[in-house]
Design a protein around this ligand. Structure first.
Ligand code: SAH
Ligand code: SF4
Length: 340
């Protein structure tokens, strides 16, 4: 049986032969949160039966929930095949950010990332990506939310499913999530960036650099050997201005590796001519990661250089560290792991 959450509204329309009914079903599931097709009173009984026979309306089960002192919650969500992925819910005063996974594990093996150490187990389907949002949304205290594809996996390596998930989430009869409320984070897969540039829906795009020169980046992010830093920047420069303005760069601050004055000047040079926004992410350490977090004073000095060169630069304060829910810490852990 197929998962309902894998269906776009046009897939559903093809299946039940009516655009109006497809819209009603989307509304009932995503907004009214019905848990059985039989409870959808706005469509005829025969359509309810047809849906019940063909589609599965179940959501992944919550196999674990780890609550951080700062309100962040890390969820271990188990899918029908018994495999799990992690999703993180990060509340702020008036909204909540859902950090969702695109794959179980990741094939790219960045040397500072725990998910990378798992290797790739499998891609998540569009429905499995959508259903992470649905579970987190039903659990959340705020109704206003944004989505960041910054959980486990490299979204550009699961391009079709990620794009389909965005389409389903965007649907106006469903959750109606605007592309501006979705951020796709990539390690810089150039063909994916070029393809995304031509899509109807363009989310905010976050490019993970963490290395401002090819030798530095080669050592940290092996994918750089295939798509060197200048090809990534070229793909960003080629985006139409309105889309380029929605790009930001992530740069992990690693002690003695990415945090020198020279690194800051290299990064500034790399970004010249782009109205860039940079997020500096202090490394989240773990026993399996052979690096340490940069010192606060070095992070501030680094930020100052970028700002002096005209780049808006923010320091991403780590949240959910105490439950291994922060960037690069997602590894399907069952327990509570203290990192700092
Ligand atoms: N694969 C995508 C999205 C998932 S990783 C990507 O690489 O962009 C999400 C973010 O976590 C990336 O910006 C990555 O650089 C960052 N990250 C990975 N490991 C980290 C760690 N140990 N500490 C801090 N950030 C980390
Ligand atoms: Fe994969 Fe991103 Fe981790 Fe690199 S940083 S291993 S691309 S999840």
């Amino acid at each position: 049986m197929k998962s309902f959450f894998d269906l776009s509204k046009s897939d559903l329309e093809t299946h039940i032969g009516s655009r109006t009914r497809a819209g009603r079903v989307f509304r009932a599931v995503y907004r009214d949160r019905v848990r059985a097709f039989d409870a959808i009173s706005t469509i005829p009984q025969e359509s309810r039966n047809a849906l019940t026979e063909t589609f599965y309306l179940g959501l992944p089960s919550i196999a674990g929930r780890f609550d951080s002192d700062d309100g962040t919650r890390r969820y271990l969500l188990r899918f029908r095949d018994g495999q799990s992925a992690e999703s993180v819910s990060i509340p702020s005063s008036d909204r909540v950010t859902f950090c969702v996974s695109s794959q179980i594990g990741c094939a790219l093996g960045c040397t500072f990332c725990l998910t990378g150490q798992m290797g790739l187990i499998r891609d998540l389907s569009a429905g499995e990506i959508v259903s992470q949002v649905v579970v987190l949304q039903r659990e959340a205290l705020h109704s206003r939310f944004s989505i960041v594809l910054m959980g486990m996996g490299e979204p550009m390596q699961n391009y079709e499913n990620v794009l389909k998930a965005m389409d389903i989430l965007h649907d106006n009869h469903g959750l109606s999530v605007a592309p501006a409320r979705i951020t796709l984070s990539t390690a810089g897969l150039v063909p994916g960036i070029e393809r995304l540039a031509r899509e109807r829906l363009f989310p905010n795009l976050s490019i993970s650099l963490t290395g401002a020169t090819n030798p530095a980046r080669d050592a940290l992010m092996p994918i750089n050997r295939k798509y060197p830093i200048e090809t990534v920047m070229e793909a960003v420069r080629k985006l139409p201005t309105a889309r380029q303005n929605r790009v930001m760069f992530e740069y992990v601050m690693i002690k003695g590796v990415t945090d020198s004055l020279e690194d800051a000047y290299h990064l500034s040079r790399l970004l010249s001519g782009i109205r860039a926004k940079v997020n500096l992410i202090p490394l989240n350490p773990a026993p399996e990661i052979p690096y340490n977090r940069a010192e606060e004073s070095d992070i501030l000095r680094f930020q100052e250089i970028l700002v002096q060169n005209g780049t808006s630069t923010f320091i991403r304060r780590n949240r959910g560290n105490d439950v291994s829910g922060a960037c690069g810490q997602l590894q399907n852990r069952e327990g509570r792991v203290l990192c700092d």
